[in-house]
Design a protein around this ligand. Structure first.
Ligand SMILES: Nc1ncnc2c1ncn2[C@@H]1O[C@H](COP(=O)(O)OP(=O)(O)O)[C@@H](O)[C@H]1O
Ligand SMILES: [Mg+2]
Length: 245
């Protein structure tokens, strides 16, 4: 039951001004039970769409997705309680002026008593080494500190599953390493999309997405090798290096 299962899922959207729907993800099935799962692939390949299916931000056009047995459409509230989602840009999810307030906000539903909530927020911030920055404006934090804060606010409510959508894209090397160590130390099941191949190599299982299809599903080294191959192949229609004309 402790799995994320995709059963005959496809995702299509109707694009304005077009009669034929666009397929973002073609028919696929997956059962994710490993603790660390990486999703890699080119820009626009469908990684975010795949991740957003997990917490019901995107609904399947066909098929179904279940997280620990809960359907992401019918049981979306329970699913959202179980799945924490961290976006690429932490500023899109940090809504309060300071980290302390943000973590307290995320605890508001689970801890009614404000003193208890404040105490718990301190524990969470401390765990991520962010307590000394708790009352600083989120705009005055570094990108890495902000990303860790977004992670702390999501993990404060202890979701069973953590989804991270390209969490290291905006980070420098030092902050990327900090994020990498933090993710490695988490007890949660983690599903993460990334362009960072070192981060991908830490994973127990890697999916490679290409033009809406899962073209590789296996161990991290194999997935990274497949992704490199795909990147080395010329883009369809590209004429780079063609100097004959
Ligand atoms: N709501 C939407 N409507 C139309 N096209 C979309 C929508 N969401 C994503 N797309 C398109 O689907 C493709 C896959 O997007 P996405 O999953 O965000 O890719 P990735 O995260 O791998 O960059 C892209 O071409 C994107 O422009
Ligand atoms: Mg994306």
């Amino acid at each position: 039951m402790n799995s994320i299962s995709f059963s005959r899922v496809s995702v299509r959207v109707t694009v304005d001004g077009s009669d034929t729907p666009k397929t973002l993800l073609h028919d696929f099935s997956l059962n994710l039970t490993e603790r660390r799962i990486g999703v890699i692939g080119a820009n626009g390949s469908g990684k975010s769409t795949l991740l957003r299916l997990i917490n019901g931000l995107v609904e399947p056009s066909e098929g179904s997705v279940a997280v620990h047995g809960d359907n992401t459409v019918a049981d979306v509230r329970r699913v959202r309680g179980n799945v924490g989602f961290v976006f690429t840009d932490p500023l899109s999810q940090l809504v309060m002026p300071t980290g302390r307030e943000d973590v307290e906000l995320s605890l508001r539903r689970s801890i009614r008593n404000s003193k208890e909530r404040a105490a718990r927020a301190e524990v969470v911030l401390d765990r991520f080494g962010l307590l000394h920055l708790a009352d600083q404006s989120i705009y005055e934090l570094s990108g890495g500190e902000r990303q860790l804060l977004a992670l702390a606010a999501v993990l404060a409510v202890e979701p069973a599953v953590l989804v991270l959508d390209e969490p290291s894209t905006l980070l420098d090397l030092r902050n990327r390493e900090l994020l990498r160590r933090t993710v490695a130390g988490l007890g949660q099941q983690v599903i993460m999309s990334t362009h960072d191949l070192d981060l991908a190599l830490d994973m127990d299982r890697v999916l490679v997405v290409e033009a809406g299809r899962i073209v590789f599903d296996g161990d991290a080294a194999g997935g990274v090798a497949r992704y490199r191959e795909l990147c080395a192949a010329p883009l369809p229609g590209a004429r780079l290096g063609d100097v004959s004309k």
